[in-house]
Design a protein. Structure first.
Length: 453
């Protein structure tokens, strides 16, 4: 039995109310109901909501249906400032509207509802006294939509600013690769491969490196990660050509798993360098979802046919799923213990059981299981006993821009730059390079002829 709404408390609160509060009830499946049942769902929902509210209030409050799937409910008293729990009130209203089915023609359906409380200041409340409830409703809905829009736009602008900064760093040669070894759990002298991690060189005294994680996450949210992935992947091909005894792992966003032209150009390069391809592991970082699953599987199969290996990073965290692992058939599955770690002992013990079972499960998929974030010898011994094949963490080697096989930092060059190796032989880009050089020469000549101050 539902807890009744406390009308007495609401009436008492109304006597001291400074502002008026309204409920915005958003019917989130209204368009689907209209489309599926070919009825005037808006009128049906309007009648249903009024009927349900009338079962609580003798005098039905003002209800005004707006454009779109929303109702504005003029509740009979001030709520948010005086009621003990706004969330409880919203849930009561949700239950009131959704408890019973709605008849769409001869079919019973249920509404999907979200309720929000919003305040009407005294200045706007005068619109009601003047009979302007429709104007007030329009204003309140516009305000709510504007807040939602502004929040999204603010987040987008912040992400775009970080992305612009990242690509500026890329164009200026500030981004380098740091390398961390992934070692065999049974023979620490054996490096399975070196994972590369993006770092930014900072001009300070002394010069230092900073992580690019926030910038990369922003580029993913902005949908622009593929430009960075192109650039990083071509940097790996160059390194593999220059160092024939090294195996490398390159992180690629799941967003980039689309069979675009740049992949086909890269496939052409890898097909001519089978030795380099056989030493390249593509690590899929599922910090964002795979947008085209079938296309992603085709791309991964093509990479494997060319000799590359596939790894799924941070299994059990982010958007990585067992179904994706089953379809992708990765050569490596990486488990990050810290993604499951918590400080108190009972939870830590449960975490250990989960990691142990996850290692066992991933092993059954036929993959080499690598445990990341191994920070002590005890941890290394424990996860090896649980069945891990590879280990990665500070105790086994910190990321560095100067691994023993590299003489100078590996700078990541912008794959969109006109002189980049990925399109240097293209007639279009060759023309762009010539045009750019001719333009520069022309500007130099004009500058030399101009009178000097």
């Amino acid at each position: 039995m539902r807890t009744p709404i406390d009308l007495h408390a609401m009436r008492m609160a109304a006597r001291v109310a400074v502002s008026r509060y309204f409920a915005i009830i958003r019917i989130t499946n209204l368009s689907e109901l209209t489309s599926a049942y070919s009825v005037d769902a808006r009128s049906i929902v309007d009648r249903h909501v009024k009927h349900r509210l009338a079962s609580v209030w003798r005098h039905v409050p003002g209800i005004f249906f707006q454009d779109g799937p929303c109702l504005l409910v003029d509740l009979p008293a001030c709520m948010a400032g005086s009621i003990r729990n706004e969330d409880v009130l919203c849930e009561q209203l949700n239950a009131l509207v959704m408890e019973e089915p709605v008849m769409c023609g001869t079919t019973s359906v249920y509404l999907k509802v979200e309720t929000t409380l919003i305040e009407c200041p005294d200045s706007e409340w005068r619109l009601l006294r003047d009979g302007g409830i429709s104007r007030l409703a329009n204003h309140l809905f516009d305000t709510l939509k504007l807040k939602e829009k502004n929040g999204k736009e603010k987040a987008f602008r912040a992400d775009m600013a970080l992305t612009v900064s990242l690509f500026s760093q890329l164009a200026n040669g500030e981004l380098v690769l740091a390398f961390q070894p992934i070692r065999s759990a049974h023979d620490r002298n054996v490096v399975i491969y070196w994972e590369s991690l993006l770092r930014r060189r900072v001009n300070q005294s002394p010069p230092g490196l900073t992580t690019c994680a926030d910038y990369i996450a922003a580029a993913e949210r902005a949908g622009l990660a593929s430009r960075l992935d192109r650039s990083v992947l071509w940097a790996h091909i160059a390194l593999l050509k220059a160092h024939p005894d090294v195996k490398l792992g390159c992180n690629i966003s799941a967003q980039s798993l689309k069979f675009d032209a740049w992949w086909r150009v890269l496939f052409d390069a890898l097909s001519g360098q089978p030795d380099a391809a056989s030493r390249l592991t593509i690590e899929i970082t599922e910090t964002s979802p795979v947008t085209a699953d079938d296309e992603a599987m085709l791309l991964l199969r093509t990479l494997r046919l060319l000799g590359c290996k596939i790894a799924i990073d941070d299994m059990g965290a982010g958007y990585s799923t067992l179904s994706f692992a089953l379809r992708a058939k990765p050569d490596f599955i990486k488990i990050n213990e810290t993604g499951l770690a918590l400080s108190d002992e009972p939870i830590s013990l449960r975490r250990d059981r989960v990691v142990k079972q996850l290692i066992k499960l991933c092993s059954h998929l036929g993959s080499c299981v690598i445990v990341e974030a191994v920070e002590s010898e005890d941890d290394a011994t424990t996860v090896a006993d649980w069945g891990a094949h590879g280990l990665q963490g500070y105790v086994l080697g910190r990321p560095g821009v100067s691994p023993p096989w590299l003489s100078a930092p590996a700078i990541v060059c912008d794959a969109f730059a006109s002189g980049h190796e990925s399109h240097g032989s293209s007639p279009l880009f060759a023309h762009m390079v010539r045009a750019s050089a001719a333009s520069a020469n022309r500007e130099d000549r004009e500058e030399s002829r101009s009178p000097r101050a």
